[in-house]
Every structure is written in structure tokens, then in C-alpha cells.
Design a protein around this ligand. Structure first.
Ligand code: NAI
Ligand code: MG
Length: 477
């Protein structure tokens, strides 16, 4: 079996420890590949390469149009590996092949987009006095460490890496131990584009080992993390100890409000992608629907029809409608939530348990009559489990939607756009989707309110999180 390796300082390295991580296909449980497992030694090598590359100023002092051209080359090379890398991603993550290939193309779009912004990072002049000339410059932090999860193993690398590179930082990406293989294709594209050694390093190791060591490393100046709340808090403590900034994105419990006048077919299309896409393992999953009493029965019937129509299967079979959960452990967690929902009074109108077949599959699950104080209404399940709650008046709907520790996504379904924008203004959430879940692209800022995190990824807004401001005051006396 081919052994995949870590990309450090422009070289493909095996771990000194010789330890490997075996990666399985969640649709079958069979091992599909092996990667050399980075440990302390490889983290040290990656950090010192990144630090040396930053201190050489090769990227910082590169004429900005050259930096942009290099980024366009990364984009082009990424598109070239999209089919092959997408296939591995489909096998290691379980998602649909088309979605997996799209992740690579999304990364290419990110690099093209941020390439165009490299020479537009402007400071300002500040009128201090006639004899002081004062101006600001935006500067990178130095070595930026990115810890990415397994649900979008490529596009989440792309969004932070493109921004980090565009702003002149040197980057180390630590991929998730469940899905590390596909990112080696991205590393290959970076190598093929001719990126100078050390500016981008991609390693894979366990979170509690390589991950925690990387973020606490004294030479790391900036951290980007997407994942669970508990790991996010550990990383924030580690950053606080060093007083370094972090971009943090920690999932959610996003609710869609369905008003009386909603087009229910739009709600169903949003459910198809928003809670059953990638088997619901999406940080902005539409995990709750808050539905007006008058349309709830009709919507439940349509949700059951949708659930029945989704064929459970691997992402590499074109007629699949519901792909697997990433691991046995995650499947047990998701199934446990569905079970506890029913024990706490909800009705499973479809699904509720693991699918009766090999691999880690959960049935498409729709829980009706969910009460607001139960775990399936409040906690992130990260699976294809939709909780349906009922409301009678508009204020109650907004109260239910906001009554969570999270604030990553929220949605409104209505034909009345005035009501939609009124509702959007009341929702405590980093993004609000009106009539279409996930409306947005690489240019739209993404991030959380409340415990879903802070700082933004994507769009022009994200650049701020990767730069620090230097003020220069010059006496003209
Ligand atoms: P996790 O947060 O532990 O893993 C995410 C990444 O963090 C992985 O690359 C992992 O290696 C790394 N990591 C883990 N511990 C670390 C540490 N101490 N220091 C540095 N890096 C560390 O999430 P996990 O256990 O894979 O999934 C558990 C739950 O987290 C899911 O059920 C879901 O609710 C949530 N989650 C949310 C995601 C999102 O997109 N918001 C993505 C993945 C998980
Ligand atoms: Mg696996």
C-alpha cells in the first residue's frame, strides 16, 4: 500500500518515529491508505522551515503582482489535481464524488480570489499634526498554524491557506487524522506551482499530539482552528498562554424559521443539502426547523417523503442520496442523540438509528415535536438528524432560533422579503440564509456569533484576521 508523506520545507518526509496512520473508507470500514504520522520532531521541522521562510522575507518582499501570479499558479495546479485528489477525498471522507472534486476547485477559486487582493491591502494616513507624518501598514503575523477538521478536509484548508499566503504569512497546515490523504494532492499542487520551500507545509498527525504541540509551539505566531467547542477552548487557552491571536470556528445548532407563507419545496431542497448533505456533518447544518403550526403537518409529510427518497450509499455511487458518517465513534454519537431525542419525547417520523448495512451509515432522521430544553434541540449532533420544533407567533420563533449557545448559521423561509430582512436583523448568527440554505460563496464572510467562534474566513473581511497594524509616526521637524 502506498505510504503518503508529510510536505515540509518543500520535501516529502516520513516521520522519524516511523508511526503511520491508517485511513479507512467509512462506507465499508476497509483501509484505503496510510500516511506517515507527524510527531514532535516533524512539527519542529515544519515550524523552523516556516520561520526561516518568513524571516527570509521571500514572500513578504515579493512584488505583490508576483505574489498574485504565484497564487494563480497554485490555483491552476490545484485544478489539475482536482479529479485525482477528489477521488481520494471521496473515499476517505465518504462524501459524494462531485462534492469532493468541487472542494479542490473551491480551493483554486480561493487562491484566484485572494490573488486579486494581495496588492489592495492598504494602510492609511492619520492627520496627527503638520509636523508629524503618520501612516499605518498592514503586516503578517509570521508563522500561522492551521488545524483543520475532517468534514471539509480540502476546502477548509483552502480558505485559510489562501488568505494566509495572500497576506504574507508562512503556514503550517495540520490535517485531520481521519482524512489526511487528499491534502497531499494539494501539497503536490503547491510544489508544482513552484512555491518557495517552507512557505507552505502540510503535515498530518494526531490532534492531541502533533496538533496541541503545534499550537503551543513558541515560534507559532497565529492560529486558525475549525472543529469542536472542547478542542477550540483548549486551543484558545494555549493561544492565551502565548498571547497570540486565533481565528476560531466551532460549529453550531442552526435553525431555519419556516413562516406560514414559505414555499415548502424550498425548505425541502434546503433540507436535502442542509441536513442530509455530507450526512449532516457540516458546521452550518440546518439541524433545526422552527415551523409555524399551520404548515407543520404538510412539511413533515414532505420531509418524510424526502428522507425515503434518499438512497443510503457511498459517495462514489452516483445515485446515492445519503453518504456515511466519518467513523464508528461519530456514528455511535449521532445514533445516541437520536435515541435520546425519542426518550425525551420527540417522535422519529423517519429514521432514528444506524442503517442496516456495512460501513458507518445513519438513517435520514426527522424528529418531530422536539422540545426546546432537550439535547437534540440544543447540542451539535453532526449527523443527518433534523429536529422540528413548532411555534405560533413570530417572536416565539425568533426566541427559539436564538435560544442556543451557538450562532453560526440561521435561516428564514418566507415569500415576504420585508419579513425576511426583519427576521435576519433579529437572528444572532454570523450568516443568515433566506429561502436557500448555504447561499454564499468564497467572497462572503463566514464565521460565528456566540460560542460558534470569532473572526471571519472568506471574503475581504477575512484578511483582517491575518494581518496586524503597524503605526509609523515621522517627525518632520
Ligand atoms: P476535533 O475538534 O477534536 O478535531 C478537529 C481537528 O482538531 C482535527 O484536525 C484534530 O486533529 C485537531 N485536534 C484535536 N485535538 C486537538 C488539540 N488538543 N490541539 C490541537 N488540535 C487538536 O473534533 P472531532 O473529535 O473530530 O469531532 C467531534 C465533534 O466536533 C463533532 O461531532 C462535531 O460536533 C464537532 N466538529 C465540528 C466541526 C465544524 O466544522 N465546526 C468539524 C469537526 C468536528
Ligand atoms: Mg475513515
Amino acid at each position: 500500500m502506498k505510504l503518503y508523506k508529510n510536505y515540509i520545507d518543500g520535501k516529502w518526509l516520513e516521520s522519524e518515529s516511523k508511526d503511520i496512520i491508517q485511513v479507512d473508507d467509512p462506507a465499508t470500514g476497509k483501509i484505503i491508505g496510510e500516511i506517515s504520522c507527524a510527531k514532535k520532531n516533524e512539527v519542529d521541522l515544519a515550524v523552523s522551515a516556516a520561520k526561516a521562510a518568513f524571516n527570509s522575507r521571500i514572500l513578504v518582499d515579493m512584488p505583490l503582482l508576483e505574489r498574485a501570479k504565484l497564487m494563480h499558479r497554485i490555483a491552476d495546479e490545484t485544478r489539475k489535481v482536482a479529479d485525482e485528489g477528489g477521488k481520494i477525498l471521496c473515499y476517505e471522507n465518504g462524501k459524494m464524488l462531485g462534492s469532493a472534486i468541487k472542494e479542490f476547485n473551491d480551493v483554486a477559486d480561493m487562491f484566484d480570489y485572494y490573488a486579486g487582493l494581495t496588492d489592495k491591502l492598504e494602510g492609511k494616513t492619520i492627520p496627527v499634526s503638520p509636523t508629524i507624518f503618520d501612516y499605518t501598514v498592514l503586516e503578517p503575523f509570521g508563522v500561522s498554524a492551521h488545524i483543520v477538521p475532517w468534514n471539509f478536509p480540502i476546502s477548509m484548508v483552502g480558505r485559510s491557506l489562501a488568505c494566509s499566503f495572500a497576506t504574507g504569512n508562512s503556514t503550517i497546515v495540520k490535517t485531520a487524522e481521519l482524512t489526511p490523504l487528499s491534502a497531499t494532492f494539494l501539497a503536490k499542487a503547491i510544489e508544482n506551482a513552484g512555491v518557495p520551500n517552507g512557505l507552505i507545509n502540510i503535515i498530518c498527525g494526531f490532534g492531541n499530539e502533533a496538533g496541541s504541540y503545534l499550537v503551543s509551539h513558541p515560534d507559532v505566531n497565529h492560529v486558525v482552528f475549525t472543529g469542536s467547542v472542547s478542542t477550540g477552548k483548549k486551543i484558545l487557552h494555549s493561544c492565551a498562554d502565548k498571547t497570540i491571536p486565533a481565528v476560531i470556528e466551532l460549529g453550531g445548532k442552526s435553525a431555519g424559521i419556516v413562516y406560514e407563507d414559505a414555499d415548502l419545496d424550498q425548505v425541502i431542497e434546503s433540507a436535502r443539502h442542509g441536513i442530509f448533505g455530507v450526512a449532516g456533518q457540516i458546521c452550518t447544518a440546518m439541524s433545526r426547523l422552527v415551523v409555524h403550526k399551520s404548515v407543520k403537518d404538510e412539511l413533515i409529510t414532505k420531509l418524510v417523503d424526502l428522507s425515503k427518497s434518499l438512497k443510503v450509499g457511498p459517495g462514489y455511487e452516483a445515485d446515492t442520496g445519503l453518504t456515511p458518517i466519518i467513523s464508528e465513534k461519530q456514528l455511535e454519537k449521532v445514533e445516541g442523540y437520536a435515541r435520546s431525542g425519542v426518550q425525551q419525547g420527540a417522535e422519529a417520523v423517519h429514521g432514528g438509528k444506524r442503517a442496516d448495512r456495512e460501513g458507518y451509515f445513519m438513517e435520514a432522521t426527522v424528529l418531530n415535536n422536539v422540545k426546546q430544553d432537550t439535547s437534540v434541540a440544543r447540542e451539535e449532533i453532526f449527523g443527518p438528524v433534523l429536529s422540528v420544533l413548532e411555534y405560533e407567533d413570530q417572536d416565539e420563533a425568533i426566541h427559539i432560533a436564538n435560544d442556543t449557545d451557538f450562532g453560526l448559521g440561521a435561516g428564514v423561509f418566507t415569500k415576504d422579503l420585508k419579513k425576511a430582512s426583519w427576521t435576519a436583523s433579529k437572528l444572532e448568527s454570523g450568516q443568515v440564509y433566506v429561502n436557500k440554505w448555504f447561499a454564499g460563496n468564497h467572497a462572503t464572510p463566514f464565521g460565528g456569533y456566540k460560542q460558534s467562534g470569532y473572526s471571519r474566513e472568506k471574503g475581504v473581511d477575512a484578511l483582517k484576521s491575518y494581518l496586524q497594524v503597524k503605526n509609523v509616526g515621522i517627525s518632520l521637524d
